[in-house]
Design a protein around this ligand. Structure first.
Ligand code: KG4
Ligand code: ZN
Length: 355
């Protein structure tokens, strides 16, 4: 089988080393090594360790991917790599590997915005509807976008402080959940009774931005005063053993985060009246309460909701390979000297068109 565009995707922006091959839009293979157990020992990602682990595994993972797919390495004509945002040292490992391979294989190279790849990940399993509204919620970002095309994505709102996942992980940490605690906190929440005990943060304005640090502080204070004295086994591995008061707190916090996100999505849809489709992306897209609230909203507004499969919600190489395929299909690529962009800097649209 020969492919017009056979794209290798490389993801090393945080603590997952992952590679994938996409041939003419179809996912052919995907490999991933997560470092989360290592970083859990420190309660968060340690940047120096993350880059070292990427460096240790990236070559082995590439060999494994070629072995699994049984494709000829010389058939790879496109290499897409996450260029940012992310941890600089980690990104550099993936970008250097991609550039070396592109030179060796004489392949085109495309630096992919990690956030855009999250939003486009839904295309791995279904056709992406354009134009659409995108909510990206991860450990590092909470952003709202308008998506016109794979390379025309406009940011409408962002978090001014903590990302939703970051706030969840910090509360998880206070309750004794191993890092990152989002998934476990969500499981606990499903066993508890939610109440709107906490004020939904940063809604008394007209914008589409978020601020979760006030909510995080209110919940942390409640935990310190009421839950930390409780006697239960930490680190928590089995949420069914948690006291009811902890389960209820998780449910109320989960609800506050989900409702806040959904209220701003609703507001964005009122601003962008021509949109009929909503995309949900990023690790927090796995959250049961958020999915439920957003399903309800889109149903009420007669709109469609599109969410990637759980494996492709969190960081993965398949979304990078797929975004690279879409961009290559539009005739876009980079020169070999394109830069790696860490967190906090705007990623330029500096593609060049193939001549
Ligand atoms: O997209 P992602 O894998 O990495 C970043 O680019 O940040 O997102 C990871 C985040 C973590 O904060 C994790 O706790 C959170 O997603 N997460 C969840 C759930 N599953 C993962 N948060 C809430 N509910 C979940 N079910
Ligand atoms: Zn991510």
């Amino acid at each position: 089988m020969s492919y017009k565009i056979l794209c290798l995707g490389i993801e090393t922006s945080c603590d997952e080393t992952s590679l994938a091959l996409v041939g003419d839009g179809e996912l052919l293979g995907h490999v991933l090594a997560s470092q989360s157990e290592l970083h859990a020992l420190f309660g968060g990602v340690v940047p120096e360790l993350a880059s070292r682990e990427h460096y240790r595994y990236i070559g082995k993972l590439f060999d494994e991917l070629m072995q699994r797919t049984q494709l000829d390495i010389h058939a790879i004509n496109t290499i897409a790599v996450a260029r940012g945002p992310g941890l600089l040292g980690s990104l550099l490992v993936g970008v250097a590997f991609a550039k070396a391979l592109a030179i060796g294989l004489n392949a085109r190279i495309i630096g992919v915005n990690h956030l855009h790849a999250h939003l486009l990940a839904v295309g791995l399993t279904q056709k992406i509807p354009f134009p659409s509204l995108g909510l990206l919620v991860s450990g590092g970002h909470t952003n709202i976008y308008r998506l016109e095309a794979p390379n025309r994505i406009e940011q409408l709102g962002k978090t001014l402080d903590d990302a939703a996942g970051e706030a969840v992980d910090k509360i998880g940490n206070l309750l004794g959940f191993p890092y990152p605690g989002g998934a476990l906190l969500d499981q606990a929440a499903q066993l508890g009774k939610p109440s709107l005990a906490f004020t939904l943060p940063y809604l008394h304005n007209n914008n589409l931005d978020f601020s979760f640090s006030g909510l995080k502080t209110a919940v942390a204070t409640y935990i310190q005063q009421n839950l930390q004295p409780l006697n239960y086994a930490r680190p928590v591995t089995d949420v069914t053993t948690l006291p009811a008061a902890v389960l209820d707190l998780c449910a109320s916090f989960n609800l506050a985060i989900a409702k806040t996100l959904v209220i701003k999505v609703h507001r964005a849809l009122e601003h962008e009246r021509d949109l009929q489709h909503v995309l949900l992306a990023g690790g927090v897209a796995a959250n049961s309460c958020l999915r439920q609230e957003l399903t309800q909203l889109t149903h009420d507004l007669h709109m469609s909701l599109h969410v990637p499969t759980p494996l492709f919600c969190t960081d993965n190489g398949a979304m990078i390979a797929y975004a690279g395929y879409l961009l290559a299909n539009l005739g876009l690529e980079h020169d070999l000297d394109f830069e790696t962009i860490p967190r906090g800097r705007i990623i330029p649209n500096d593609y060049k068109s193939q001549s």
